[in-house]
Design a protein around this ligand. Structure first.
Ligand SMILES: Cc1ncc(COP(=O)(O)O)c(C=O)c1O
Length: 371
C-alpha cells in the first residue's frame, strides 16, 4: 500500500487530469518552509501580498478572500450569502458541476428560490439564452460555470457578464477549472464572485480556494439572514480588512500561491500562460480528430484547459487509463454518466506542449491494446 503517486519505475506519475494536477518541485519546496501563526505580522504581510497579486491577475479592485476548503465550499458560500428569502436565483447547468451547484441551492433550502435552465451536455450556454431568460423574469443572482470540466465546454462569460449587469443581477462564476489558465476580467465583465481552487490551473496542491467578491455582493450579504458561520462573506470581509481570515488559513498553500503568482505575473506572463493553455488544448483536439474521434464540446465553446473527447471508436477507456498509469501517465475517463462514452485530457498548470506531445504519443502506442 502506498499513497505516493509513483509509477512502477519509481517515477512520479504525470498528471493530464483536470485536477489535482502536477505540482512543480519548486512549489513543493515552498510548501515545506516553516510558518509563523496566522495572527502574526509575517502572515498579514503574506495575505496582503497575495490579495494584491490576485487582484492583478483577475483585473479587479474587488476584495479577494482565501478559503481553507476546496472550490465547492465557495460555491455553497455564494448560495448562503446571496440568495435571500425573497430572492430569485437562476442557474444554467450544462454539465455535472453546474448541476451540482443548482442541487446545492436545493440542499441549502433555497430550492424554491431557484430556477434551473438546463442546457444539453456538450453545448455551451449562449449569451442569447441568458438574455432571453433574464428578459422574461426578474432575477437577483445568476450562477454560471465558466469552464464545465465534465463536458470540456467554456462559456462566454465576457458576453454573459454585461447582460447580467444590464438586468441588475449579481453574477457568480465558477471558474474552478480555468482561473490562471484563461484570462478572467472580473471588473470589465461584471463578475460579482469569481471562484476557484488551487489544484487546477494554479498547479498547487488542493486545500485552498480563492474568490473575488464585489462590493455589491457584500452589500447583498448584509440583507441575507442565516449565512452560517464558516462561509459568511461578512466575517471574511471583516478579517480581510486586517489581512487575516476568521479561522486558521492554509498558510503553506498561501505561501505557495504567492510564489506561483510571482511566476505567473512576472516570469511566464499571464498572456503567455493563457496562450500556452489555448494552444495545448487546440493541439489535443486536433490530435483527437486525426485519430478519428469527435470532440464532445460544441464548436465555439471549446475549453482551453480540458478536452472532452467522444469515445466514438469504442475503445476500452477504463483499460486505456490503467495502461497509461503503468507507463507513468494519468488521464481520466468521462465524468459520471459519460464514463466509457467520453474520456478527458487536461493540460493545466505547468504542463508544456512537449509534455502533451509525449503523452499523446504514448496514448497512440496503447491503441491496439484497448481496441
Ligand atoms: C467546474 C468545477 N466546479 C467545481 C469543482 C469542484 O471543485 P473542488 O473539487 O475544488 O471543490 C470542480 C472540480 O473538479 C470543477 O471542475
Amino acid at each position: 500500500m502506498t499513497y505516493d503517486n509513483f509509477d512502477p519505475d519509481g517515477q512520479k506519475i504525470k498528471l493530464f487530469t483536470p485536477g489535482p494536477v502536477q505540482v512543480p518541485d519548486w512549489i513543493l519546496t515552498e510548501l515545506a518552509k516553516p510558518n509563523d501563526t496566522h495572527r502574526s505580522n509575517p502572515y498579514r504581510e503574506l495575505h496582503a501580498l497575495v490579495r494584491a497579486k490576485m487582484q492583478k491577475l483577475l483585473h479587479t479592485h474587488n476584495d479577494v478572500f482565501f478559503w481553507t476548503n476546496s472550490g465547492t465550499g465557495v460555491m455553497e458560500a455564494c448560495i448562503w450569502n446571496l440568495i435571500g428569502p425573497d430572492d430569485k436565483a437562476i442557474f444554467f447547468p450544462c454539465g455535472a458541476f453546474g448541476e451540482r451547484w443548482a442541487k446545492t441551492a436545493e440542499q441549502c433550502g433555497k430550492g424554491d428560490n431557484s430556477v434551473i435552465v438546463n442546457v444539453e451536455w456538450g453545448k455551451g450556454v449562449s449569451a442569447e439564452l441568458v438574455k432571453k431568460e433574464l428578459s422574461q423574469d426578474k432575477y437577483d443572482v445568476v450562477f454560471m460555470t465558466m469552464n464545465e470540466t465534465s463536458t470540456g465546454v467554456m462559456n462566454p462569460i465576457w458576453k454573459i457578464g454585461p447582460i447580467v449587469k444590464e438586468y441588475g443581477a449579481l453574477l457568480c462564476v465558477d471558474s474552478v477549472s480555468c482561473m490562471a489558465g484563461v484570462d478572467i476580467n472580473v471588473d470589465a465583465w461584471g463578475i460579482d464572485v469569481a471562484l476557484a481552487s488551487t489544484q487546477k490551473c494554479f498547479a498547487l496542491p488542493p486545500g485552498l480556494a480563492i474568490s473575488s467578491v464585489s462590493a455589491a455582493a457584500l452589500e447583498k450579504a448584509k440583507t441575507v439572514p442565516n449565512r452560517g458561520n464558516y462561509f459568511d462573506f461578512l466575517d471574511m470581509l471583516k478579517k480581510s480588512q486586517s489581512n487575516e481570515t476568521p479561522s486558521t488559513p492554509a498558510i503553506p498553500l498561501l505561501r505557495a500561491l504567492n510564489t506561483m503568482l510571482d511566476y505567473i505575473l512576472d516570469e511566464e506572463g499571464p498572456e503567455n500562460r493563457y496562450k500556452r493553455h489555448a494552444s495545448m488544448a487546440k493541439y489535443i483536439r486536433e490530435w483527437a480528430v486525426q485519430q478519428g474521434f469527435e470532440i464532445f464540446s460544441e464548436e465555439g465553446y471549446h475549453s482551453n484547459t480540458v478536452v472532452t473527447i467522444k469515445n466514438n471508436l469504442n475503445l476500452n477507456t477504463a483499460k486505456w487509463v490503467k495502461k497509461a498509469i503503468e507507463h507513468g501517465y494519468r488521464f481520466v475517463d468521462g465524468y459520471g454518466d459519460l464514463k466509457g462514452k467520453t474520456f478527458r485530457i487536461a493540460a493545466m498548470g505547468e504542463i508544456s506542449m512537449n509534455d502533451v506531445k509525449e503523452f499523446l504519443t504514448l496514448l497512440m502506442k496503447l491503441f491496439d491494446e484497448v481496441k
